[in-house]
Design a binder for this molecule. Structure first.
Ligand code: SF4
Length: 509
C-alpha cells in the first residue's frame, strides 16, 4: 500500500558554496514554489542536533541552514495560514537539548526569526498506535508537537552512521522521541524502529545539509565539503538519491529498504524526478570515496589496548549482531574520548569488553580488567582464578511496556558508576547493565580508568551543562504539575492512528 502522499517523488540537488542564509532561503523557496508547497497550521522543523559545541561542529545541521529554511517557510506563508513556526529536537548522549541549541548557535536563529524553540524531552509525550505488519510493538510515544504538526519539515545532516550505514532523512527520526522511549528497541532492531517511526509523521518537505557532510562516523564525523543542499518531497526518495550520491545501493540500507517495502516512497531512479542546478553525476564526483562504516566491534579496536569479544545476539533477535546497541554505543564513546584527549588510546589500560553470548576464552593478563557489556551478556569461565558466571538479564521486547519507561537521572547514574568503579578496583571484572548500556555511564567509566578528561566535567561545559540539565528537569516537573489532558487530531494523511495522552512516568533513576 502506498503510504506517501499521492504525488511525484521529486528531489532537488542545489549548489551552496557556503553556509549563506540568503542562498539557502532562495534555494528552498524555489523548490517549494516548484512543488507548490505552502506551510500551514502548526509548522515544525526538525534538524539533527545530536550533539554540538566545538568538538562536535560537524555532527549537526548548521543553524544557517535551518534559518534559511525558516525564512523560506515565512516567505511561502500566505495570509497567515501558518499559525505556528517551531523548531523541535531531542539531542543525543543525554545532553539537554536546550544546551545543544545554545552550543550549536540556534538561540540567535530563534531570536531573529521568531520561531519557537521546542525541546522534545520537555513537552508531553503522546501515544501513537501502530497497526502495520511487522511492527516492533503496537504503539510508540512521540512528543506532542510532532503528533500535532500540520506541516512537518525534516532538516537532517548528511552523514555516515556506524550502526545504520548512513543517517540522512529517515534516520533523523530517532530524535522524535524523548530518551525514555528512544532507547526502547535501540538495539539489533534499530532499523526496524526507524521504519516504525515513519508511521508517526511524514514530512511535506525535506532539506538536507550536505554543504559540509560528515564522513566515516556519526558523532564525530570527518568533515567533507560537498557544497550541496538536497531538497525533496518524499524521504524514501531523498534517502535513495543520497545513497546514489555516495555510490551505495539504497536497498542495502535496511531502514530504507523497510520503508520502501512499507510503501513510503520509491527508491527506483526511474520513479524519482531529479531537479536542481547540480546533476547526479556532479554530486557523485563531489562525494567520490565517501566513507561509510559498519565496523564490527572486534575489528574496531584492533591495534589498541582494548580487546572486544563479540558473542551472539539474544534469542529472537532480528540480526545476529547488535548494530544499534552496546557495540555501537561503545564505538561512539571512544570517539568522544579521543576528541577530548588525543592520547586516549595510549592512556586506557588493557581492557577486555565482552558483548552478547560469548562462549570462547578471554585472554586476560595479570592486572587487566574485563567489562561484561549489557543485559544480554553471557559468559562462564575463570578470571584470575575466580569462577565467573555472567547470566543474561535480557528482557524480550514483548515484555517491555513504553508506558512504564522512566527518565534515568544522570546524577544517579554517575553515582552508580562510581560504585561500579569501586568494584573494579577490588576485582578484575564488572558487569554493566542496560539494553543498551548508557553512553553517559560508559564515558564516565572509561574516562576514570584512563585518567582521561571526562567530557561531562569539562570546565568549558560543566556550568552550562548543569544549568541546562536542571532547567530541563524543572520544566518537566512544572509541565507534569499542569497535567492538562489534550486531544490530538487524527488520523493523518500517512495513515497514523489517533495519538492519545501519555501516561508514562518520570522516575528517580
Ligand atoms: S544488551 Fe546491548 S548488545 Fe545486548 S541486545 Fe541489548 S543493546 Fe544489544
Amino acid at each position: 500500500m502506498a503510504r506517501h502522499p499521492a504525488r511525484d517523488a521529486r528531489v532537488f540537488l542545489f549548489h551552496a558554496g557556503a553556509y549563506d542564509v540568503e542562498r539557502i532561503r532562495s534555494i528552498v523557496r524555489a523548490a517549494m514554489e516548484t512543488l507548490d508547497l505552502r506551510p500551514h497550521g502548526r509548522t515544525l522543523v526538525k534538524p539533527n542536533l545530536v550533539a554540538a559545541g566545538e568538538l562536535f561542529r560537524h555532527a549537526h545541521t548548521r543553524p544557517e541552514l535551518v534559518e534559511g529554511v525558516l525564512r523560506a517557510l515565512q516567505d511561502r506563508d500566505r495570509d497567515g495560514a501558518m499559525t505556528e513556526l517551531a523548531v523541535g529536537e531531542r539531542s543525543g548522549i543525554t545532553v539537554p537539548t536546550r544546551y545543544v541549541y545554545e552550543e550549536a548557535g540556534f538561540d540567535g536563529v530563534f531570536a531573529r526569526t521568531g520561531a519557537t524553540r521546542i525541546c522534545f524531552e520537555e513537552v508531553p509525550q503522546v501515544e501513537v498506535p501502530l497497526t502495520h505488519e511487522g511492527r516492533l510493538r503496537d504503539y510508540l510515544f512521540t512528543p506532542e508537537p510532532v503528533a500535532k504538526a500540520d506541516f512537518f519539515v525534516n532538516c537532517p545532516k548528511f552523514k555516515a552512521h556506524p550502526w545504520t550505514t548512513v543517517t540522512f532523512s529517515m534516520k533523523n527520526y530517532i530524535g522524535i522521541q524523548d530518551d525514555r522511549h528512544r532507547l526502547i528497541d535501540h538495539d539489533h532492531a534499530l532499523n526496524r524502529k526507524v521504519r516504525d517511526l515513519q508511521f508517526v509523521v511524514q514530512p511535506q518537505l525535506v532539506v538536507i545539509d550536505a554543504i559540509i557532510a560528515g564522513e566515516g562516523r556519526m558523532l564525530t564525523p570527518i568533515p567533507r565539503n560537498m557544497n550541496l543542499v538536497v531538497v525533496g518531497n518524499n524521504q524514501v526518495a531523498v534517502d535513495a538519491v543520497c545513497c546514489r550520491i555516495i555510490g551505495l545501493d539504497p536497498l542495502l540500507v535496511e531502514h530504507i529498504r523497510l520503508a520502501y517495502e512499507s510503501g513510503f516512497g520509491p527508491v527506483e531512479a526511474s520513479r524519482i524526478r531529479l531537479e536542481g542546478d547540480v546533476s547526479l553525476e556532479e554530486a557523485q564526483a563531489r562525494a567520490k570515496g565517501f566513507q561509510v562504516g559498519l565496523v564490527k566491534i572486534d575489528a574496531y579496536f584492533e591495534g589498541t589496548n582494548i580487546r572486544a569479544y563479540s558473542g551472539s545476539a539474544p534469542a529472537g533477535a532480528t540480526e545476529d549482531y547488535c548494530w544499534g546497541g552496546c557495540p555501537g554505543v561503545m564505538e561512539e564513546v571512544i570517539e568522544v574520548l579521543r576528541l577530548y584527549d588525543e592520547h586516549c588510546d595510549k592512556k586506557l589500560p588493557k581492557l577486555h569488553l565482552v558483548f552478547g553470548r560469548y562462549e570462547g576464552q578471554l585472554d586476560v593478563g595479570y592486572g587487566e580488567k574485563v567489562v561484561f557489556m549489557g543485559d544480554c551478556c553471557e559468559w562462564k569461565g575463570k578470571i584470575g582464578g575466580e569462577l565467573v558466571h555472567i547470566t543474561s538479564a535480557y528482557k524480550d521486547r514483548s515484555t517491555l511496556d513504553p508506558h512504564e519507561a522512566v527518565h534515568k537521572d544522570i546524577y544517579v547514574r554517575m553515582a552508580k558508576m562510581a560504585a561500579k568503579l569501586r568494584d573494579l578496583k577490588r576485582r578484575p571484572w564488572v558487569r554493566l547493565e542496560g539494553c543498551p548500556v548508557s553512553i553517559g555511564e560508559l564515558v564516565l567509566m572509561l574516562a576514570e580508568l584512563g585518567g582521561i578528561q571526562n567530557p561531562y566535567f569539562d570546565t568549558r561545559q560543566i556550568v552550562g551543562f548543569n544549568r541546562a540539565y536542571l532547567a530541563w528537569r524543572a520544566a518537566t516537573v512544572a509541565q507534569r504539575a499542569l497535567g492538562k489532558p489534550y486531544q490530538v487530531k487524527g488520523p493523518t494523511e500517512h495513515g497514523a492512528a489517533r495519538p492519545v495522552l501519555d501516561t508514562s512516568r518520570e522516575g528517580g533513576e
